[in-house]
Design a protein around this ligand. Structure first.
Ligand code: B12
Length: 213
């Protein structure tokens, strides 16, 4: 039953059918399915397929936008249903999408999963300049700064962040972690980020390894 629902969820995103996507998200909750599993095995599969179709010139920007709206609405319903976790560790993390980049669906998943694992998360949004990221990180006294970039042209702002942290003399105050489709472990090593995460789960694992309570 759940497999069928995962397929329907993915298809609703490919079809850009927002009403259907929202209906499936609500149905999944009513059936007692795990919201995170529905996001990962259903809706995310759909948006990745949309990305492939866009890549191959079969979908254009209007289709991409309609699908991403459907994705955002369905995922918001599921995110809101994720139960808060027991506060096992008091790790504070600031999360942002870098300047010039408005992709925030993946960041939203990261924020939800970090909260599920009991972290105190400050989501400061998307298209955020480096200095604002650092100012807020200092203000909230976070342990970790996580940034997301989905464009080849914006991932350079992750390097800018590393450089600015050093220039401002505050690099040692934080662990940094980066993620997003074009980002790799190699890139993290190259710019001096503390960690790279392939997905939200990997992000939790890496942070728990880096920040001992
Ligand atoms: C949805 C989407 C959009 C939506 C975004 C809506 C939104 N609010 O997010 C819209 C339609 C607005 C859009 C616009 C554009 N897009 Co777009 N978009 C996508 C698409 C299809 C899916 C992205 C997504 O949400 N994936 C699902 C999430 C769950 O995955 P994720 O983001 O990778 O996140 C996971 C991991 O990477 C990781 N992670 C991510 N960040 C972080 C951070 C931390 C700290 C951690 C721990 C983990 C982590 O964990 C997440 C969860 O597991 C991708 C295709 C793709 N395959 O990525 C193209 C894609 C990213 N877009 C692309 C392009 C070119 C654009 C535009 C430039 C198009 C245009 N001509 O205008 C604009 C740019 C706008 C801008 N300035 O940012 C290209 C980028 C090419 C490149 N490498 O540079 C892609 C790859 C499509 C393609 N194949 O060509 N896009």
């Amino acid at each position: 039953m759940s497999n069928e629902l995962f397929e329907l969820a993915a298809q609703s995103i490919i079809d850009g059918d927002e009403a259907k996507a929202v209906e499936i998200a609500k149905r999944a909750l009513a059936e007692g399915l795990d919201p995170l599993e529905v996001i990962e095995k259903g809706f995310t599969v759909g948006i990745n397929k949309v990305g492939d179709l866009f890549d191959r010139g079969k979908f254009f920007l209007p289709e991409l936008m309609v699908s991403s709206d459907a994705m955002k609405n369905a995922v918001t319903i599921l995110n809101d249903a994720i139960p808060p976790a027991e506060q096992t560790k008091s790790i504070k993390a600031l999360i942002a999408t870098v300047e010039g980049d408005i992709h925030d669906i993946g960041k939203g998943l990261v924020v939800s999963l970090f909260r599920v694992h009991g972290m105190d998360v400050y989501d400061i949004g998307n298209d955020i300049p480096v200095d604002e990221i650092i100012d807020k990180a200092l203000e909230y006294e976070v342990d970790v700064i996580g940034t997301s970039a989905l464009l080849n042209t914006t991932m350079k702002n992750m390097k800018k962040l590393e450089d600015a942290l050093r220039e401002r003399g505050v690099r040692d105050k934080f662990k940094t972690i980066i993620g997003g489709a074009p980002v790799t472990q190699r890139y993290a090593d190259k710019i001096g980020a503390d960690a790279y995460a392939e997905n939200a789960n990997d992000g939790v694992k890496k942070i728990l390894e880096m920040v001992k309570a």
